[in-house]
Design a protein around this ligand. Structure first.
Ligand SMILES: *[C@@H]1O[C@H](CO)[C@@H](O)[C@H](O)[C@H]1NC(C)=O
Ligand SMILES: *[C@@H]1O[C@H](CO)[C@@H](O)[C@H](O)[C@H]1NC(C)=O
Ligand SMILES: *[C@@H]1O[C@H](CO)[C@@H](O)[C@H](O)[C@H]1NC(C)=O
Ligand SMILES: *[C@@H]1O[C@H](CO)[C@@H](O)[C@H](O)[C@H]1NC(C)=O
Ligand SMILES: [Zn+2]
Length: 432
């Protein structure tokens, strides 16, 4: 028995990233809208997985399974879309990235007096311990909410941060991360905001004038799975959606919201990375975000859902490309936030692009959080795509040496976004 267990264990270690053997990552750079539209129209046919969206004159990175590689490359050639093979074998790439993370563990340290290190990716346990500890240490301002559980039974933890426990109906800022499991840079961007609001306060007006809701890991099941099993896992881990769910668990949490659900940019195939689920809010993780929005509907002035990567700030309507009545504010506040980031960002980081989600990416999505929140009446709602870097011909996950940098610059966008939202909607009236 012990022997069998040992054999299994050894096999499991060797199998790390094995499922990505032979997958390629390809950099594509469309030069006009026609090329971009052609590219996104092939997503379903070739089961393409864009880890970073392409835009006009902006490279994207797409993962291509072995069985589709020949046809996809032929298509790119036919359409004359610039492309480079970025990684010949994804498994090797992930092995290299694992080594970087392991190497960083030797030097990991805590910064600015905070208790979570920002120089490496952290497991869910470390993030959850931090959330608990903050709530324990700052009971006057911080309230932990942990009353709903993920599909696999993990508590969904978020913090409410307020000078008076939300008693005086201040405008509320709501920020979430980690709904897409593999986007590991997003939970630290949100925990860093917690750090700056309670542990190391350099902008005291932000708690004076606003109440905050910070939800660092919306999809803890997927997050854990992406650490332990499949690095590129994106979805939740539910198995109750479809008769095939046992084979292909999970739903794309950011296609599961109850607005324009399953109309565009989604799939009915449970094995697809963009599976919308059996019904709107089938996923308790998306539902919980929806509940927070309902609970504070009259107060929330700014909602940001943090994703990666691509260096984009995107706003509604993402499902059809029409500008909302609030487009002027959405755009100008978006520009201010991007400007704050660009000012601090490193010279070799891509500059942020701000725009309507669909018009910028030529790709419409239904059932996404940003559109849902705006539809419910929140004036400023954004999807952030945090930066990624191309490391020559290697690597597309952000090297852990840049986590701290991204957290600092993203925090600056939150600061500006909150202040602008306060000026515009401090006394909120329903505008959408
Ligand atoms: C293909 O694209 C390149 C670079 O974008 C351009 O110089 C060339 O003229 C294009 N060729 C055709 C046949 O469209
Ligand atoms: C707080 O943050 C500032 C700027 O990020 C840093 O210089 C300072 O050392 C930090 N203070 C503490 C007590 O950690
Ligand atoms: C939820 O938080 C409370 C304290 O706020 C704690 O007593 C309880 O154990 C937590 N539950 C879970 C499931 O983490
Ligand atoms: C796009 O969606 C928005 C929000 O639902 C709607 O107000 C607008 O009319 C739609 N545009 C078109 C062209 O249908
Ligand atoms: Zn995402």
């Amino acid at each position: 028995m012990k022997f069998i267990a040992l054999v299994f264990f050894v096999t499991a270690i060797h199998a790390k990233h094995e499922i990505y053997s032979g997958w390629k990552s390809v950099i594509v750079k469309p030069v006009n809208h026609e090329q971009l539209a052609k590219l996104t129209s092939k997503i379903i046919e070739f089961d393409l997985d864009f880890v970073s969206n392409a835009a006009v004159n902006r490279e994207g990175v797409v993962l291509v399974k072995p069985q589709y590689q020949a046809d996809f490359l032929k298509f790119l050639l036919q359409e004359n879309i610039s492309n480079w093979i970025h990684t010949e074998d994804l498994k090797k790439q992930f092995d290299i990235e694992d080594q970087k993370i392991e190497a960083r563990k030797l030097t990991t340290r805590s910064i600015n007096g905070g208790r979570i290190p920002y120089d490496n990716y952290q497991t869910l346990d470390v993030i959850y311990d931090y959330i608990d500890k903050i709530a324990e240490d700052y009971p006057e301002t911080v309230t932990l909410v942990n009353s709903t559980k993920s599909f696999e039974g993990r508590p969904l933890k978020y913090l409410k941060i307020s000078k008076d426990k939300f008693a005086s109906n201040k405008p509320v800022i709501f920020i979430d991360g980690g709904i897409h499991a593999r986007e590991w840079i997003t939970p630290p961007a949100v925990t860093y905001a917690i750090h700056k609001l309670v542990e190391n306060v350099t902008e005291p007006d932000l708690l004076e004038n606003f109440d905050w809701i910070l939800f660092p890991v919306v999809n803890p099941d997927g997050y854990v799975y992406s650490f332990e099993m499949e690095r590129m896992w994106r979805k939740t881990r539910s198995t109750d959606q479809n008769i095939f769910s046992w084979l292909c668990p999970g739903v794309d949490g950011n296609r599961n919201f109850n607005f324009e659900w399953n109309t565009v940019g989604t799939s009915n195939n449970p094995c697809s990375n963009n599976y919308a689920g059996s019904k709107p809010f089938s996923e308790v993780e998306s539902w919980t975000v929806g509940q927070i929005i309902e609970e504070h509907l009259d107060q929330i002035v700014l909602y940001i859902t943090v994703h990666s990567y691509g260096s984009f700030i995107l706003y509604p309507w993402g499902h059809n490309g029409t500008l909302s009545n609030n487009a002027f504010s959405l755009h100008t506040v978006g520009i201010d936030m991007a400007g704050a980031i660009n000012k601090l960002s490193l010279p070799h980081f891509p500059k942020y692009v701000v725009g309507n989600g669909m018009l910028t990416l030529d790709y419409a999505v239904g059932g996404a959080a940003e559109d849902y929140a705006h539809y419910r009446g929140i004036p400023l709602t954004y999807t952030f795509e945090l930066p990624g870097l191309r490391y020559g011909l290697q690597g597309f996950h952000l090297d852990p040496i840049y986590i701290h940098q991204v957290c600092i610059e993203t925090w600056e966008a939150f600061v500006i976004g909150a202040r602008r939202a306060g000026q515009l909607y401090g006394k909120k009236t329903n505008i959408v």
